[in-house]
Each structure stands twice: as C-alpha cells, then as structure tokens.
Design a protein around this ligand. Structure first.
Ligand code: AMP
Length: 542
C-alpha cells in the first residue's frame, strides 16, 4: 500500500515523501482514512509505530481544507494532549514538517519553562495546540486559553497520562470542550481506567489495534546479561565500545542512578548525558540535542523522561536496570529498531531483579537469550544445614576455649535434664551439694553412689564441683512450709475463722480478726499477716 491511496492531498503527500516515508505503517493505513471521515478513533498502538503521523496527517488536511480567512481571529481548533514535554515538542516538530506550505499554525505548551513565550504564541493565533495537561490547565485558569472552538481533540499516550497522575487534569480539560467534536485516543496499553476514560470521551469510536504491547517489535535483537549490580558499569562501558554501537539509549530506574551512570562512563572516557525529571527543560533539550547530533553517543534516561523520545536510527537500547513494570520493557526497546531499521536491546539483570525479568519474559512470551560476559553474576546459594551445624559447633568450641572450657563439658542441666542457660548455670553452682534433705535421701537410697566423690560422678558434676567451694553465705535449703520446714506449727498463723453475717473485717497482726475496725484509722491494726503469694514460683522466685 502507498500513501497515495489514503485520500491525502498532494502537498501533504509531498511533505511525507520529503520526510523520507515511502509506505504507510499499519496504524497509518487504518487510522488516516477514519480520521479523514471525521470518526472517533480508539487507537491501541505502542511508540514507534508511526502513530503521530497517523493522526497528524489527516488533521493537517482538515485545517488546510477549511482555512481561516486572513484577518479573521484564529481560535484553537485542534487540541493534542500528551504527557511529556519531549513528546509535545516532537509532535509539534512533526506538525511543522508535515504541514509545510499549508495554513496550519501549531503551538506547544508545557511546564518547567516561563509561560510568557507560550502566552504570546497563543495570542498571535494558534489553531493547533499541542500541550501537556498541567500547564494547559494553568493557562486556562488564567484566561489565556479557550477551548470552545475545538473541532478535533487528541489524547496521546493515555496510559502514561494515567501513570503520571494527569487523568484528573485531562478530564477537567475535556469538560471544557464543545459538545460536538471529534476525539482520537491513543494508548499503548488499555488498563481499566483508560478504558473507562475512552468510554466517557469517545462517541461510537472505531478501534484500531496495531502491534499489541505483548508482542515486541520483531526487528529488535534482544539479549540478556546476568551481572552483579556493582559490575553493571564495567559491562556497560565494555559493550558501548563495541563497533556496532552507533548510539545508545540507556535506561536507569532512578534519577540518581542516571546521573551516576553518566559519571561512571565519563571516568571510563565515554561521553554521555542524562535526561530525567530533575533536569531543567533547558538541560533536557540540550542533552537531547547533543545526543541527536551525535556529539554524545550515549543518553541515559529514566522511563518517564524517555517516553516519546524519537531518535531516528537508534542502534542500541540498554536496560541498565530492569523496568519495574513489564510493559515498560516493550516501550523501552521500542525506541530502537524503528521505521524498518534493525536494533539491539540489551538487558542487565542482577539478583534483585529476577522477579522483574520473569514478568518481562512472561509478557513477551519468550525467554531472553542469555549472553556471557567477564562479569558473571555470583550467587550465594543457601548453606547446607549440615555445614551450618558444623560451623556452629566450631564457633561454640572457640567460644568455650576462650572461657577455658572444652566442648565436651556440658553445661549444668536443668531439673528436666536439659542444658541450663549459660547465665543460670554460672550462678547456680552453689546449690546442690548443700541440700541436706536430698543428700540424706540419696545416701539412704543409694549409699554407694552417694559416697562416690562428686568429681568422678559425671563431667557435669566435675564442672560444677570445680570452681566453687561452698560459700558460707549460702544457706542450706529450707522449705518455708510443709513437713521439711522447721517451724511449721508456731509461725504460720492458723487460718482465721471468718465471722458470718457479712461484717467488715481486717486481718491484723497474728492473723487475728478484728471486727468493725474503723476504716479511716489504721491505729492498732499492726502488720498484716504474711501470705503466700501463689502467683510466684515454688521458692518465691518470679
Ligand atoms: P511515532 O510512533 O509517531 O513516534 O513514530 C516513530 C518514528 O517512525 C518516527 O521517527 C517517524 O518519523 C517514523 N515514521 C512514521 N511514519 C513512518 C513511515 N510511514 N515510514 C517510515 N518512518 C515513519
């Protein structure tokens, strides 16, 4: 198919030829006739498919066929909303290119720069406004923009608008359009919110679907390197030096990361520049201009800043960091292999990015072929449990050796036969030998065992017996209650018999009950009886 069959006027066909286009791309073939017929269009197309020309060419024709007479005011008749400044500038440049020698007066509006130049352009009379939603809404609120004459409204990259939080602005702007107008909505992906927006904005639309996002462009040679994070910079520098790299767009996940890559490459003698959200508009345009002119052959970009960058003949795209959303992978590599050219997309994956890689491969429905480099990824596998135990034993032996002990000497055992915690074992060396009742009992029950020297009894006993001769301060164990206690009868007061009849009572000294004791005065009450706190342990310990 040729452009001649699409119903475009001769001057536009000439401009298209001058741009170097020979045959229309699939999205152009299906969209141009529909737009010329005045239909609403829902276009599913990713970047690099030629969608700008798909809407711009018929829109220019529309303006050329119904020009404003000289001397008449020139209102805004076409509005194109796009998420990024770079994309807005590119669409503007395309309008200028395709609309050469035709009565089309485009103007571009975006934030991050002074508004006066844009206000002047609007006041001179712009019939085609290409704008980012935030700045446009600002100018509308200041009364510089009126949209009541808009005939064609284009929403470009609607899914990115959603990602970047512009959907609210888009809806507010769309609400100011006149009731009758043509709407064209383009989006690479169709999340439910974009679908809803499309339903609200479009009137009986024709759907055009080209190159769904899950199929990456065939001309791109994709490959993957597993590489540790710290080695990515060395691998990148090496690959950039390869002969087939004419120019490369390198994707970084973060703005700081992008700046760091520029610094590392510069250290390696490779000229690079970065574009991201923290750069001023001037810096971004300068970086883009240097890259396009070939002055710097490497451009480092974040996903958002790179969206819409159109560099003809980009030879390489590097995914220095794997993208957080798998769809972004398709957008990223769509920058290369454009308009019939071949391109290479090289991804770096470190251990932290395995999940993202898996998602990307799931989306594109194939495994990325793996290449090897001199910086392979070193993965530490989990230690074998047996090795872990051996290492633990060694560490323990070393710890014990420091304390002058050996691993064979077990610690003191608890009553239930388990090793006592280290701290308790050290404290409690005092008790057992001095327990008269038990010693006596043991002697009776097993006289031989009882007479055997403690030292020989067991390694545990050795350990216990060695360091602590019985200290005089340590008292023999005496139960406070029960048959083992010496003074059970006299000291424990007999349980007072409680009076019947619901009278107030206090328990006073000696456990005596005083009836009708005055509540206010404690006089004569003495000390309260000692009571066993059953919440405590057997020996009173907590
Ligand atoms: P877009 O998807 O609109 O960003 O366009 C991607 C690239 O393809 C741009 O560099 C256009 O100049 C180029 N392009 C658009 N249409 C054609 C075509 N029919 N033939 C060759 N290149 C094209």
């Amino acid at each position: 198919m040729s452009f001649d069959t699409l119903g475009l006027m001769p001057i536009i066909l000439k401009n298209v030829r001058n741009a170097g286009y020979e045959t229309p791309t699939p999205i152009q073939q299906s969209t141009i006739p529909l737009v010329l017929l005045g239909k609403d269009v829902l276009g599913c197309a990713q970047t690099g498919t030629g969608k700008t020309a798909a809407f711009a060419l018929p829109m220019i024709q529309h303006m050329a066929k119904k020009p404003i007479r000289p001397g008449q005011p020139r209102p805004i008749r076409q509005l194109i909303l796009t998420p990024t400044r770079e994309l807005a500038l590119q669409i503007y440049e395309n309008f200028v290119l395709y609309g050469k020698s035709l009565p089309v007066y485009p103007c571009v509006i975006f934030g991050g720069v002074g508004q006066q130049g844009q206000v002047d352009a609007l006041q001179r009379g712009a019939d085609t406004v290409i704008a980012c939603p935030g700045r446009l809404w600002d100018l509308m609120n200041q009364g510089y923009v009126r949209l009541d004459s808009v005939e064609t409204f284009v929403l470009d990259e609607a899914d990115r608008m959603l990602d970047m939080g512009f959907i609210h602005d888009v809806r507010r702007i769309a609400a100011k359009l006149p009731p009758k107008h043509q709407t064209l909505l383009f989006s690479a992906t169709m999340p439910s919110e974009v679908e809803k927006l499309a339903m609200d904005l479009l009137n009986d639309p024709e759907t055009v679907k080209v190159d769904p996002v899950s199929s990456t462009v065939k001309k791109i040679d994709q490959c993957l390197y597993y590489v540790d994070k710290a080695n990515k910079k060395f691998l990148l520098a090496k690959l950039l030096r390869e002969a087939d790299v004419e120019n490369a767009l390198v994707f970084s996940r973060t703005k700081h990361g992008a700046d760091r890559i520029v610094r590392e490459l510069k250290k390696d003698g490779i000229e690079a520049c970065a574009i991201h959200g923290d750069k001023s508009q001037g810096q971004r345009q300068n970086a883009l201009a240097r890259f396009k002119s070939g002055e710097s052959k490497v451009l480092i970009a974040t996903d958002i800043a790179a969206r819409g960058i159109d560099i003809a003949g980009l030879s390489h795209v590097f995914n220095y960091d794997m993208p957080m959303e798998p769809e972004a992978y398709v957008h990223r590599i769509g920058r290369t292999g454009r308009a019939g050219r071949d391109g290479k997309a090289i991804s770096f994956c470190c251990i932290d990015e395995m999940k993202q890689l898996e998602q990307v491969e799931k989306l594109i429905g194939k495994r990325l072929p793996v290449r090897e480099s001199e910086w392979p990824m070193l993965v530490t596998t989990p230690t074998d449990p047996k090795e872990k135990e051996a290492a633990r034993q060694l560490a323990k032996a070393a710890r014990l050796a420091k304390l002058g002990r050996t691993a064979e000497m077990p610690r003191k055992l608890t009553q239930s036969g388990n090793p006592a915690p280290e701290r308790k074992a050290q404290q409690a060396v005092k008790a057992p030998a001095a327990h008269p009742a038990r010693t006596e009992k043991n002697a009776k029950a097993t006289p031989k065992a009882a007479q055997r020297p403690v030292k020989a009894a067991s390694p545990a006993a050795q350990h216990q017996a060695k360091p602590t001769p019985a200290k005089p301060a340590v008292q023999a164990y005496k139960p406070r209650f029960g048959p083992g206690s010496e003074n059970h009868a006299p000291t424990v007061p007999s349980r007072p018999t409680l009076p019947k009849g619901g009278k107030a009572m206090l328990i006073g000294s000696g456990g005596k009950v005083q009836l009708n004791a005055p509540k206010s005065s404690k006089q004569g009450l003495g000390k309260p009886v000692q009571r066993v706190n059953h919440a405590r342990g057997r020996n009173g310990e907590r």
